[in-house]
Design a protein around this ligand. Structure first.
Ligand code: FRU
Length: 492
């Protein structure tokens, strides 16, 4: 094993990551120490801290041979960087340590289960990436890969499944101390599928069953699966690739939750409902953990694969995670709210109650780029055609949220947010329910906007590249509306 690959990455990030001023990063969203980040990995609570690893290429702000970056936190908002945990340096993962997850072993060590990638020449002369699963064991800082890796390969796959699309293990511990993991695979008839595996000790794995599959309906392949119980329902969360636009789904990558019931004896998952997890632009590769207090908390990559070619000029990092969200089920659907740790960070409070609006107005004390903003809008009669909240605005820039009461459409437009290319900048969703009043909670953090609609029934998430000086927030009604606006600054 060539450990210099990891040592080099650690030395590089210690020098170049530490040199990035805190003001050039978001205040409470995790960014890579330096270079590139995609999926969050190994999201876990271990030895008194939350651990968050991530798909990482330290040397450039583009995707490259995948390492695992590593950070820890006690409140899910402030993250301390630890040295990179994994590098592509062993025979089974020489071409990449892809996504995976973490669990605790009975002896107190932490187990990382991840996808090991090996480029191989095929009989037709072409090279392709073979994906297997490997483990590394560590103490929360340093991890040693198992000499017997990989622990799962194509021989463990059901009939007709591809060895080139077999990845992203999400592990959890069963009540009896054994381990289960859900992975994604691609079957000839199933398309993208969630495969269940079991292990007595975390090292020896066997295939159990197919939990559910796309079968042409939800994309061509799935990525980053998760499988957990939530408020009496069972949730299978996956990231479909090449989804076809219909209903609330847009083309390309997205995250869906398949919500249903599960019989753990026969390993039978029965799907009842499918929900799009975020209706904005930048949201992919979710992963959840169960906190010591029982909360199911989700993180995700706050970036769209289709937007990676457009990067802020001069930035030394690219990619960030969402503000972690607490998940619940209400009326068969997932509700998402920012982790309650954010409430503890609340600073100055400004409230404008029941203000009648016509035209565009700024409100005293409402503005800034790091804030927790709540806006309740009640249109006055049919004459109110639209209501717009302008965020991160100056003379040249803005990101807008426009609500059209007559269609119930909420439109997120970041086309003036400092981007350079014609990637997706506009997305809209139909606000669920019947109520005339719309309530939005908007998290602003320098380079992003996260919108929670009507208590988190729907969310819209997007990155913005707007210069930090663009701090204005204004409200405008086409017609008349009554609004209540409440802003907390965040003391972080
Ligand atoms: C999802 C993904 C995973 C894979 C990783 C590679 O964004 O494609 O399926 O493990 O990224 O970096």
């Amino acid at each position: 094993m060539d450990s210099t690959t990891l040592q080099n990455a650690r030395a590089y990030e210690a020098r170049h990551g530490a040199a990035i001023p805190a003001a050039e990063r978001p205040a409470y969203h995790l960014t890579p120490y330096v270079g590139w980040m995609n999926d969050p990995n190994g999201f876990s609570y271990y030895q008194g801290k939350y651990h968050l690893f991530y798909q990482y290429y330290p040397y450039k702000t583009v995707w490259g041979p995948m390492h695992w970056g590593h950070a820890v936190s006690t409140d899910l908002l402030h993250w301390d960087y630890l040295p990179a945990a994994l590098a592509p340096d062993s025979p089974s993962d020489k071409d990449g340590c892809f996504s995976g997850s973490a669990a605790q072993l009975p002896d107190g060590r932490q187990l990382l289960l991840y996808t090991s990638v090996r480029r191989e020449e095929q009989p037709d002369g072409k090279t392709r990436d073979v994906q297997t699963q490997s483990v590394a064991v560590g103490d929360g800082l340093d991890y040693v890969k198992l000499a017997q890796n990989p622990v799962l390969d194509e021989t463990c796959l059901p009939e007709g499944f591809s060895r080139f699309d077999f990845r992203d293990p999400k592990i959890w511990q069963e009540p009896d101390g054994s381990y289960s993991a859900v992975l994604v695979g691609q079957g000839k008839t199933e398309g993208g599928a969630a495969l269940l595996f079991h292990s007595a000790d975390g090292f020896h794995w066997e295939y159990v069953t197919i939990l559910d599959a796309s079968r042409g309906e939800y994309g061509v392949m799935w990525e980053c699966p998760d499988f957990f119980e939530l408020d009496g329902k069972q949730v299978l969360m996956v990231g479909p690739m090449e989804m076809q636009a219909r209903d609330e789904f847009h083309n390309g990558h997205c995250v869906i939750a398949l919500i249903g019931s599960y019989d753990p004896v026969n390993h039978r998952f029965v799907r009842e409902n499918v929900q799009l997890m975020d209706e904005g632009i930048d949201f992919y590769a979710t992963q959840t953990l169960q906190a010591p207090d029982g909360r199911r908390i989700m993180t995700a990559w706050m970036q769209a694969w289709s937007g990676i070619s457009d990067q802020p000029h001069g930035a030394k990092w690219f990619g960030q995670t969402i503000c972690p969200r607490e998940l619940h089920i209400r009326d068969g659907r997932i509700i998402q709210t920012p982790v309650r740790e954010l409430d503890a960070a609340h600073g100055a409070h400004v409230l404008h109650e029941n203000v009648r609006m016509e035209g565009e107005t700024a409100l005293e004390g409402i503005g800034g780029r790091v804030a927790d903003l709540r806006v309740t809008i009640t249109p006055e009669g049919k004459e109110c055609r639209a209501f717009t909240i302008k965020l991160a605005a100056d003379g040249d820039h803005s990101t807008t949220l426009t609500y059209e009461p007559h269609t119930r459409r909420l439109i997120l437009d970041r086309s003036q947010a400092g981007f350079h290319q014609d990637i997706v900048h506009l997305r809209s969703c139909t606000v669920r329910g019947q109520s005339d009043t719309l309530s939005l909670r908007i998290l602003l953090d320098r380079n992003s906007v996260e919108v929670f609609i009507n208590g988190g029934e729907q969310t819209m998430t997007a990155c913005i590249y707007t210069p930090p000086e663009a701090e204005r927030i204004t409200f405008a009604a086409n017609g008349a509306a009554r609004i209540t606006v409440e802003q907390y600054s965040l003391a972080l």
